[in-house]
Design a protein around this ligand. Structure first.
Ligand code: FAD
Length: 563
């Protein structure tokens, strides 16, 4: 019998709530579900919220009775915030997180690089915001519990899975004993050690790097701004790297690399940690400052992915699908993008708005994203933890040259998590005007935001399905365009038309957004009225036209909704 811990996890700053388990005895009828999500981490929770946006109910299983232990992922990107805005929790993250956009790299006590993440007045969210993962999970759980389409079951652990003919059978253990669940689809979002991945005998592809890092969260009062700090080859830890991040509630993350040969057990000895953290504080000029340990852990860098996230009726997401190095804040930020993608692709199949090949597209796009991240993060990982003597020589040359030569300093800049562009997606329209645009987000790219008023942005108005942005300064939507839109809507497909650029409501559009300063026109590369962008439910562009016509709109909608 599964007995999850009922003792609140220890923390200096976070109050863990222990939830009541969901017990099968109290619920006799177990119909076949549309979707069961295993795992209530960032990937599982956002998938359930996304599915609910398209009217698809789900059961979410959480093996534990409380949110995850320790801060874990602490840096969330602008794109993650845009995804969280869609599922209704971005405001809470903004209210409690610490936004930032600068990073500093030091070598032998000298600052050798200052990274500045781009930030425009048109962006609602900062490039990065720091918040401990427990809070983020709490906000997502509150949103799930408030949603009548989501049945969140605490203390329910999936223990066995079987693929049947077109559905899945799952065995679930609870503090009161096991029960069986059947579902058309199973989302496996059960984390890096995914039991479902093992149960189905699936192997990940890629590499694991030698070298361990300690993560220590300490409570300390440091008079430093919220900026990323990276120290290469410091005297107290020669050849290795230390990262520091400020977190809310007076917590600082100190993340340091271990010398080769030291085991995680040795590294986590309190005396060893105390000595190293004190050495780091002394190096940055805060020797003897009192601090208290909140949480610590050890990790190593891995760049692994399943080659296909759709396995029969089981779909993998987040850490269960791939394991990515945390340099560049990849873990949870990638999980959000997986979940956003999976939510709409799966919902459109469940609702019969598109055929099952849509799920093959989801897998191809997200495996492509993971491989791109692995390629990029592999470079950062090799810089931080050189795997061979050759890599170390090269890295050390960059470090020492950077003291005097400015041209090598940008090599310190490891790229942070960013949305993958679905340039070669099968959902992209072949006959649009993409190559003729000289500005604006290209086909496959995520949208760019535009500030429309003091607290009003273009992306605030998108959501809940496909969006057609129709640029017009005068006049309504041509009737033939309205006819094409209505044909799709009659099948139940959510498709909204947003007219951009007119001061008066545009006939045929669901919403009209004036564009008095022309910022939308400029940022979307629009020269004349009649141009349009078609956005998928995850807001990525799948077609754009200098002049929209009904035939090309129809073909773009067919491509985006394969039958
Ligand atoms: C110790 C540690 C430190 C980390 N530090 C960082 C960091 O500094 N920066 C960063 O970006 N990322 C970090 N990560 C990674 C980040 O936390 C993950 O990438 C992110 O949580 C992925 O979300 P997920 O939903 O895929 O998986 P998880 O968050 O792991 O969620 C999995 C969920 O599945 C549940 N579950 C597991 N098995 C079952 C089962 N059989 N039945 C039911 N439920 C089950 C778990 O209880 C959990 O709720 C860290 C991870 C760990 C473990």
């Amino acid at each position: 019998m599964h007995q999850p811990s009922t003792t609140p996890r220890p923390s200096i700053y976070y109050h863990y709530k222990v939830n009541e388990p969901w017990l099968p005895k109290a619920h006799t009828l177990q119909p076949r579900h549309k979707v069961v999500v295993t795992g209530a981490g960032p990937a599982g929770l956002v998938t359930a919220l996304e599915l609910a946006r398209y009217g698809v109910p789900s059961v979410v299983l959480s093996a534990e009775l409380q949110v995850s232990q320790g801060s874990r992922a602490i840096v969330f990107t602008r794109r993650s915030m845009e995804i969280l805005q869609q599922v209704g929790v971005a405001n809470r993250v903004t209210a409690s997180g610490l936004p930032w956009r600068f990073g500093n790299s030091f070598y032998r006590g000298q600052q050798v690089f200052r990274m500045e993440a781009p930030h425009s007045p048109h962006d609602r969210f900062f490039p990065m915001i720091n918040l401990q993962q427990q809070y983020l999970e709490e906000y997502l759980i509150d949103a799930c519990e408030a949603n009548p389409l989501i049945d969140l079951r605490w203390g329910n652990k999936a223990t066995a899975v079987q693929q049947m003919d077109g559905f899945v059978e799952l065995e679930v253990d609870t503090p009161e004993g096991p029960y069986a669940l059947t579902s058309d689809w199973l989302v496996a979002a059960d984390g890096g050690r995914s039991g479902l991945r093992s149960a189905l005998g699936l192997q990940m592809e890629g590499a694991s790097y030698e070298g361990f890092f300690v993560i220590a969260d300490i409570k300390i009062d440091l008079p430093l701004p919220t900026e990323r700090l990276a120290y290469f080859d410091p005297d107290w830890n020669p050849g290795n790297t230390i990262l520091m991040h400020r977190e809310p509630h007076g917590i600082w993350r100190v993340d340091y690399q271990l010398p080769p040969g030291e085991t995680p057990e040795q590294a986590l000895q309190p005396e060893s940690m105390k000595q190293r953290i004190n050495a780091q504080l002394a190096m940055i000029g805060h020797e003897g400052k009192p601090w208290e340990m909140d949480w610590c852990s050890v990790y190593s860098a891995r760049t692994l992915t399943l080659p296909d996230y759709v396995q029969g009726n089981v779909i993998f997401a987040g850490d269960a699908a791939h394991l990515l190095p945390i340099f560049g804040v990849r873990g949870a930020n990638t999980a959000f993008q997986d979940a956003q993608s999976l939510g709409w692709h799966l919902a459109f199949v469940v609702q019969n708005w598109a055929g099952p090949q849509l799920l093959a597209n989801h897998s191809a796009e997200r495996v492509g994203a993971a491989r791109e991240i692995i390629e990029e993060a592999g470079k950062s990982t090799r810089f931080m933890t050189p795997p061979t003597r050759g890599f170390r020589l090269l890295r050390d040359a960059v470090l020492s040259l950077s003291l005097t030569q400015t041209f090598v300093r940008p090599l310190y800049h490891w790229r942070t998590s960013r949305p993958h562009e679905y340039t070669h997606s099968m959902l992209n329209s072949a006959g649009d005007d993409n190559p003729l645009f000289s500005a604006g987000p290209a086909k496959g790219a995520p949208p760019v935001n535009v500030r429309l008023g003091p607290d009003d942005y273009l992306l605030d108005h998108l959501g809940g399905g496909l969006n057609l942005l129709y640029f017009t300064q005068t006049g309504g939507l041509p009737p033939e365009i309205v006819r094409e839109v209505n044909k799709v809507r009659e099948r139940g497909v959510p498709l909204r038309v947003i007219a951009v650029g007119s001061n008066a409501p545009v006939a045929g559009a669901d919403t009209t957004l004036p564009d008095p300063q022309g910022a939308c026109r400029e940022r979307y590369g629009i020269a004349a009225s009649g141009a349009a962008y078609l956005l998928r439910p995850d807001q990525h562009i799948c077609a754009r036209w200098l002049t929209l016509d009904p035939t090309r709109l129809q073909s773009a909608l067919c491509a985006a909704l394969p039958q």
